[in-house]
Design a protein around this ligand. Structure first.
Ligand SMILES: C[S@@+](CC[C@H](N)C(=O)[O-])C[C@H]1O[C@@H](n2cnc3c(N)ncnc32)[C@H](O)[C@@H]1O
Length: 241
């Protein structure tokens, strides 16, 4: 596989099989970030929605954390869903998951053919929504809020636009060092990255500042908004409906 392999935005690697290893080398504190997001979801939650489930890493953590929950996992990439199904089957968690192949932007526009359902106790997403334009992010937030129970929560772990070039530079150096600490180099990891072309509602990274995200959440009707975790250009943000 090489850089010339065309992939969907968010699939990251040309070969889906290297995603779970590669993402941990590329994204600093990937597991900490997902574990922190998971901890923000009440253990008693029964209905969960994961937008952009990818290979099922966050879905897996959530199903373990919420023993009584059923989870709906949405992703537009058949390759990523295939990997997630295999992972959750192997972990004997697949009977608690419904996979929906589709674009969450289409859902936000009310044009999704498949039924995602409603009355979720929690909706989550990691490393996926930043591929939407801000206009679509906002529409998606409105749709998510509408489909949460009263008092339900939404948490998104996603790259954010940093407030200054200085911070951006510090973060770039830390990312390189992070990759070296994982026993490889940023060049090696990047050589496995695919050539992503716009697909559906997603395009190249469209980052917004944390402040913009929190403002959009409030405008979309979330009663309390919060930012439980941040590491330079990565953050968890969301709130309660
Ligand atoms: C970087 S992966 C993250 C996967 C997983 N959440 C994780 O943290 O490991 C982003 C995922 O979002 C999916 N994705 C991106 N845009 C999407 C969209 N508009 N609708 C559905 N899935 C999308 C990609 O196919 C990919 O599987």
């Amino acid at each position: 596989m090489s850089q010339s392999t065309t992939i969907y935005p968010g699939e990251v690697f040309a070969d889906t099989q290297v995603f779970d290893t590669g993402i941990r080398q590329l994204v600093p504190h990937y597991d900490l970030m997902l574990d922190t997001l998971t901890a923000c979801v009440p253990k008693e939650a029964r209905r969960l929605l994961d937008l952009g489930c990818g290979t099922g890493e966050l879905s897996y953590k959530l199903l373990k954390h919420c023993p009584d929950a059923q989870l709906v996992a949405v992703d537009y990439s058949p390759r990523m869903i295939e990997k997630a199904i295999a992972k959750l089957e192997e972990a004997q968690l697949s009977d608690r998951v419904t996979f929906i192949p589709g674009d969450f932007g289409t859902w936000a526009n009310g044009e999704m053919k498949e039924e995602i359902g409603t009355n979720f106790d929690a909706c989550v997403s990691s490393l996926a929504i930043h591929h939407l334009t801000d206009e679509m992010k906002y529409k998606l937030l409105i749709c998510i809020r509408k489909n949460l129970v009263e008092g339900g929560c939404f948490w998104n772990a996603d790259p954010i636009l940093q407030e200054s070039p200085q911070l951006q530079e510090i973060y770039s150096k830390l990312r390189e060092q992070w990759t070296i600490n994982q026993g490889t180099t940023i060049q090696n990891v990047r050589s496995n990255i695919g050539n992503s072309q716009p697909q559906g509602h997603s395009g190249q990274d469209r980052l917004a500042t944390l402040e913009t995200h929190l403002t959009m959440l409030s405008s979309a009707g979330f009663k309390t908004v919060a930012n439980p975790w941040r590491f330079f250009g990565l953050a968890i943000f969301g709130g309660w409906s």
